[in-house]
Design a protein around this ligand. Structure first.
Ligand code: NAP
Length: 524
């Protein structure tokens, strides 16, 4: 079973033992003591091993391999010898140092378990190789050298990932080895290798005690690994989902979907998937993830700037595209069905439509003939206009750049409902029953901004602001005070996520849980 190992930078004996105790409380199986700058007091290093509340790895990492040790090799190896005598679970020595000196090999072999070891010891040797810049060109030769050394119990490689595809290579390396293996990708592209280490059957993955005390780029805290990424529930057959965007680091989608998997008992995990904006990156990465069968990649939320790329990709792959998504020209949901076929759809328009319908207590077809004012003519407005007009509403688009509103109106006018365009300053005269803001006006940090100085004389029944941060924008506060029904962007976000969740899992999405998580996060 893959272990969760918390890496601890040792500053003092007391600090390291205290951190190890916290790691144990938080559910770690193992700790790695990084003694790079704690080599002066060998007696303290021995005590560290003796008193550790969890089995431990002793590592004194040299600068060339990303560590902080800059003393001489004799001292370093002497510390390893002392630590080794106390029988830690493992000691970690870099392949490059191990190969460079017969003396080091001999000293290390004195304290680790191997076929020619004369005395009884349980300590295993981890041979490791790191590259903080790229995947090393001689990665496979290095792995072979480690695996073929009779004293090596564990092969460890870590490299800076250049794309999400590197994670697949890490998985293949683990599958190919006859010895226990740790293969991790570093940096923002490498998170999947850290989380999915358990799915891929690695010996262990590394975490920080918390998100701030990590020892390598891309590591996350143990609580994030356990609670957000569902460490305890991960299995070889766990289905993988993600949010594709650029940037994608602050997306709240992993929080809601992973919580949804927990609540419904679905065997899935949901990860951030950063992909650079160009279509070639999207195609190469998503294609590789879909092709790699052991990954069980089943779907993704797709956000800016990839919504058009998703349509293009699914079309090229011969998949199915939801009719309204094709008309909108953008999709936000990729689904791989049980038969392997791809489906691209848009959960934004239905989320917006249903948020308003629920507030008015009407069914979707109840919007027929309803006058709706949409503020904005960008990507999200496009989906919302298509949704309302497609169900027969009479939509007026108010936009700063009128020509953009006119182009959008001409595209969707007459398909079912009427669509026309007007300049933003005419909004005060609107007689619409529903006003929808689809611009960033009023979004954090510009919370005092508002698309309207005052509500129109003929008050709308419902005011819907697609912004979710803050939960109550100035526009919504004004509308609430005037007695209108108000709908926040949280509602739209919850519903678009719920539609995706249900499409992927076949289970009813726990929308109250989604809402609670978002409101907690946003302080609403
Ligand atoms: P977009 O494509 O960049 O479009 C932005 C729109 O806002 C354009 O119409 C733009 O007018 C207008 N705009 C921007 N700044 C303005 C200003 N200072 N004054 C007047 N008009 C301004 O963005 P988008 O993807 O459509 O997203 C728009 C908003 O929708 C986002 O800010 C987000 O809050 C919200 N949204 C919410 C959800 C949800 O789930 N709740 C989902 C998606 C989007 P011009 O044409 O004149 O530039």
């Amino acid at each position: 079973m893959t272990k969760l190992c918390v890496a601890i930078t040792v500053e003092s004996l007391d600090q390291a033992l205290a951190h190890a105790a916290i790691a144990a409380e938080r559910g770690a199986d193992l700790v790695e003591f990084r003694i790079d700058t704690f080599t002066d007091d060998v007696a303290a290093v021995e005590q560290l091993v003796q008193q550790s509340p969890l089995p431990c790895i002793i590592t004194c990492r040299i600068k060339d391999e990303g560590g902080d040790y800059d003393g001489d090799e004799q001292t370093r190896i002497a510390v390893y010898e002392h630590a080794g005598l106390q029988q830690p679970a493992y000691i970690d020595v870099e392949l490059v140092a191990y190969r460079a000196s017969a003396n080091i090999r001999q000293k290390v072999k004195l304290v680790v378990d191997h076929p020619k070891q004369g005395k009884s010891t349980d300590t295993g040797l981890i041979l490791s190789a790191h590259d903080f810049d790229k995947r090393p060109t001689d990665l496979y030769q290095r792995i072979e050298a480690m695996a073929n050394d009779d004293a090596c119990r564990v092969v460890k490689v870590a490299w800076q990932a250049r794309s999400l595809r590197d994670n697949l290579q890490a998985s293949e390396l683990i599958a190919d080895q006859h010895k226990p293996t740790i293969a991790l990708c570093m940096g923002e592209f490498g998170l999947p290798s850290r989380v999915l280490a358990k799915k891929f059957g690695a010996l262990l993955t590394f975490c920080g005690l918390d998100d701030e005390t990590v020892t390598a780029p891309g590591q996350v805290g143990v609580a994030v690994m356990k609670n957000l990424y569902r460490w305890d529930a991960l299995r070889e057959d766990t289905q993988v989902f993600g949010v594709i965007g650029w940037p994608v680091g602050h997306s709240m989608s992993p929080a809601i979907h992973n919580a949804g998997f927990d609540t419904t008992g679905y065997n899935g995990v949901y990860l951030p998937m950063p992909i650079p904006p160009e279509y070639e990156h999207f195609k190469a990465t998503v294609g590789a993830w879909l092709d790699y069968a052991p990954l069980h990649f089943r779907g993704a939320s797709v956000t800016i700037p990839h919504k058009e790329n998703l349509l293009h990709f699914v079309r090229e792959e011969g998949g199915e595209i939801e009719e309204l998504s094709a008309r909108i020209g953008a999709a936000n949901t990729l689904t791989r069905r049980d038969d392997g076929s791809l489906y691209a759809s848009n959960s934004d328009y239905a989320a917006a439509l249903d948020s308003v319908c629920d507030a008015m207590n009407i069914a979707r077809d109840g919007v027929k003939g309803l006058p709706v004012a949409v503020i904005g003519a960008g990507g999200a407005a496009r989906a919302i206009v298509a949704g309302f007009a497609g169900h027969g509403a009479n939509v007026t688009i108010y936009n700063r750049t009128v020509s953009r509103a006119t182009t959008l109106a001409n595209e969707f006018d007459g398909q079912t409902g009427k669509v026309e365009a007007k300049p933003l300053d005419e909004l005060t005269n609107t007689q619409a029953k529903v006003i929808v803001n689809v611009t960033p006006i009023g979004m954090h940090p510009n919370v005092d901004a508002c698309p309207l100085d005052a509500l129109p004389d003929q008050l709308p029944g419902v005011v819907f602001d697609t912004i979710y941060n803050p939960v109550e924008t100035k526009l919504l506060a004004m509308a609430k005070q005037a007695g209108c029904k108000t709908v926040s962007g949280v509602e739209m976000f919850v519903r678009q996520g719920a539609t995706q969740f249900e499409l992927w899992t076949g289970k009813i999405a726990p929308t109250d849980e989604f809402r609670r998580i978002l409101l907690d996060h946003l302080g609403g």
